[in-house]
Design a protein around this ligand. Structure first.
Ligand code: AMP
Ligand code: MG
Length: 340
């Protein structure tokens, strides 16, 4: 199958909208990462997403809408809890996914769970594509399963070439990491995945929320993940990544001592001038927006260069940085060295 990369002209948006409503898969831009979309009401189309990505069948998808009223119109959930309404008012459209009790959604989308994840993206092109398709779109990130999520149309082409008919090029994703996922299907709200909306932003609307153990820690053997996606090795480039927890000087000293071994550094922008090994800067030290926007592009570059061992700076774990830490610690397979 030939894969066409289209600019988001009105004509092209209508072309992909029709393709989606007929059951095709399309790579679409969003403000978080690129998605691999299918008509969420068509179980057979949705099952092709799992095939194209090599995604485990028990990992459910997020349903994307372009207007809050579509939740009721398509009967996506059993009811919208009060907390969810407040979150929608505060943060939609935007990088926040809300899990609620499932309504009339094919089992392929929810991997058989009795809950469904819903998001209203803010990217104008995403909204136009959903409008043109005239149906909600189920879409996971458009990468091969396990690999870093795509933040440009080129990344999607790299992973999906020959597997899907269209990719819409909406430029580089602004947030750069996947949406925040919170569940409101149980008694207390639980953060399942950190993203562009921070725990403090959620708590300012909901009061106290819990943070799922798997957000910051490795699941123990036999422990079940509240969010199935959390149990898989994720965001992993081919290289072994080791995170270094230390101050600036100790990190530089540790990495420079590996000079000549072929090891590289996944560092802050400010470190580059002091490093004597190949440097892959992923953002400014205290600018978490720049880190989340660039992280996946840099992880993909490490893959392209076939680097084998990379020492990464361990980001902060709170606030906006939590989303970056959550992705990097998985890319590193939870391997961390703490320098005293
Ligand atoms: P992706 O779109 O690739 O970022 O994957 C969607 C994420 O949302 C995965 O981590 C899923 O496990 C999670 N997810 C989707 N639906 C549900 C659900 N009903 N309950 C818990 N987690 C979900
Ligand atoms: Mg994904």
């Amino acid at each position: 199958m030939e894969t066409k990369v289209l600019l988001p002209t009105q004509e092209n948006i209508e072309t992909v909208g029709q393709a989606l409503s007929r059951g095709a898969l399309v790579g679409i831009p969003t403000e978080t990462v690129y998605g691999l979309a299918a008509n969420a009401l068509d179980g057979e189309a949705v099952s092709r997403i799992f095939k194209a990505k090599g995604r485990p069948a028990d990992n459910p998808l997020i349903v994307h809408i372009s207007d809050i009223s579509q939740i009721e119109r398509f009967g996506l959930v059993r009811e919208i809890p009060d907390g969810a309404k407040k979150l929608m008012d505060a943060y939609w459209p935007g990088p926040l996914t809300i899990i609620m009790k499932k309504g009339d959604v094919p089992d392929e989308v929810t991997a058989g769970l009795d809950t469904v994840a819903v998001r209203f993206p803010s990217h104008p092109v995403t909204q136009k594509i959903i409008d043109a398709a005239e149906c909600p779109l189920a879409a996971p990130s458009a990468n091969t399963s396990g690999k870093p999520s795509p933040t440009t149309a080129y990344h999607v082409l790299h992973d999906m070439k020959g597997r899907i008919p269209y990719i819409v090029d909406g430029g580089m994703c602004e947030v750069g990491v996947e949406s925040t996922v919170i569940t409101l299907a149980g008694e207390t709200p639980v953060l399942l995945r950190p993203g562009g909306i921070t725990p403090a932003q959620l708590e300012s609307v909901l009061g106290h929320i819990e943070i799922a153990d798997a957000v910051l820690n490795k699941l123990r053997d036999g422990e079940t993940a509240a969010s199935p996606g959390m149990k898989y090795k994720h965001y992993a480039p081919g290289a072994r990544i080791v995170l270094i927890k230390s101050d600036d000087d100790k990190y530089i000293e540790y990495v420079n001592a590996q000079k000549g071994t072929g090891a590289a550094a996944l560092c802050y922008d400010e470190d580059v001038g002091r490093l004597e090994v190949k440097a892959y800067p992923y953002g400014k030290k205290n600018d978490y927006d720049s880190q989340s926007m660039r992280l996946f592009t840099v992880l993909r570059k490490i893959d392209e260069d076939a680097a084998t061992l990379v020492y990464g700076r361990c980001p902060d774990t709170t606030g906006k940085a939590m989303a970056v830490y959550n992705r990097l610690i998985r890319a590193a397979g939870f391997e961390v060295i703490e320098l005293a």
